[in-house]
Design a protein around this ligand. Structure first.
Ligand SMILES: Cc1cc2nc3c(=O)[nH]c(=O)nc-3n(C[C@H](O)[C@H](O)[C@H](O)COP(=O)(O)O)c2cc1C
Length: 189
């Protein structure tokens, strides 16, 4: 069974992106995948700083994150949009995760790592601008990013009181992209 590590670039309790990520992770599990969900809040990475790295090495949370990335077949990343870009929390964690314990670059955990991006924002684009930037970033560090991304528009009205997506088409799309992801994971085997 293909295994995926899921984390979101927003760590706030009421995050819409975390909810969209959870919907997608549920769909991946329904399609036969195994998903480990973590919060970047628990990674607790300080802002990357080369002096800090030279003095203290990798933060413990980043060492755990790197091991978790390496131990899973793929990644599912929730990408909120701040001014057209991914959030500092996400960018910081990813940058740290490209470093070795010896304070050198090490893209090993990301090499050929099948990755899918999810996003939502209050607007009509659903965070697609940031999602595109994240896609470029991930491709640059060697990940294989699934062409399809799960993006939900109008975040503030995207969920009903029971926590389900209000747009049935989005639910269908989550299932479809989850199926593509599992299919791709099996091909990469
Ligand atoms: C600093 C900042 C910049 C933002 N820039 C954008 C933006 O460029 N496009 C957009 O659609 N929403 C933008 N938003 C709104 C966020 O998409 C919205 O707050 C969203 O709920 C954040 O994701 P979360 O609910 O998962 O925490 C911005 C919010 C903040 C705090």
């Amino acid at each position: 069974m293909a295994s995926f590590l899921a984390f979101c670039g927003s760590v706030r309790a009421a995050s819409f992106n975390q909810r969209v990520l959870d919907v997608f992770c549920d769909a991946v599990e329904a399609a036969g995948g195994d998903v480990t969900r973590i919060s970047l809040r628990d990674v607790a990475a300080p802002l990357y700083d080369g002096d800090l790295e030279d003095e203290s090495g990798l933060p413990a949370g980043i060492e755990r994150l790197r091991r978790a990335i390496a131990a899973h077949d793929g990644l599912i990343i929730g990408c909120p949009e701040y001014n057209g870009y991914m959030t500092p929390v996400l960018l910081n964690a990813l940058n740290w995760a490209t470093r070795s314990a010896e304070a050198t670059p090490d893209l090993g955990p990301f090499r050929n790592k099948l990755t899918v991006i999810t996003s939502t924002s209050p607007g009509a684009l659903g965070g697609m601008r940031a999602s595109r930037e994240l896609r470029t970033f991930l491709s640059g560090i060697g990940a294989l990013v699934l062409p399809q991304a799960f993006s939900v528009r109008s975040a503030f009205s995207a969920f009903d009181d029971a926590g389900a997506l209000t747009d049935e088409r989005a639910t269908v799309q989550a299932a479809s992209i989850a199926g593509e992801l599992i299919d791709m994971a099996e091909r990469l085997g």
